[in-house]
Design a protein around this ligand. Structure first.
Ligand code: THU
Length: 160
């Protein structure tokens, strides 16, 4: 028997103001998207903004449904739209922010497992990492250089 250790490194920025300018602008777009989320059941509003190498920014937010599992997270709404609209563009960075209705969310809110798997698909497709920046309503912003940090030991098409 042998053991395998998996390590991840994330960077933490004190606030949006500490981010590089392009990324703070991207996070601003995510804030705007977050406020347009359709989340009447959870009252948890998530916004995602994706910068593409053609200069376009695509944003998305969570879309809920009375049949709960039919809803979709902000990250996948954004990334699927980006891939649908610009299938040949590379994804350069993604900014994510979440806000709860009843409390102030100050800790970084990471993407759920399904979104990690979805984002990883495009990293593999484009053969380059997609840095992710995620935060709550305000406060610290976490950066993951690649999905490999957030979803190690990933299931990929290689196994098919
Ligand atoms: N949600 C996202 O949009 N992204 C995530 O990564 C986690 C969860 C949404 C789904 C649902 O509309 C609400 O947040 C509560 O789970």
């Amino acid at each position: 028997m042998k053991k395998i250790k998996i390590e991840s490194f994330l960077e933490v920025f004190e606030s949006v103001d500490a981010l590089p300018e392009t990324i703070s602008a991207l996070m601003e777009t995510a804030f705007e998207a977050r406020e347009k989320a359709y989340a009447p059941y959870s009252n948890f509003y998530v916004g995602a903004a994706l910068l593409l190498n053609n200069g376009e920014t695509i944003s998305g937010n969570n879309q809920e449904n009375a049949a709960y599992p039919s809803g979709l997270c902000a990250e996948r709404t954004a990334i699927y739209y980006a891939s649908a609209k610009y299938p040949h563009a590379k994804m350069v960075a993604m900014a994510i922010t979440a806000r709860a209705k009843e409390k102030v969310t100050t800790t970084p809110i990471p993407p759920c497992g399904s979104c990690r798997q979805a984002i990883a698909e495009y990293e593999i497709k484009q053969k380059s990492p997609i840095p992710l920046y995620f935060m709550g309503e305000r406060g610290e912003v976490m950066k993951s250089d690649s999905l490999e940090n957030l979803l190690p030991f990933l299931f990929t098409a290689d196994y098919l």
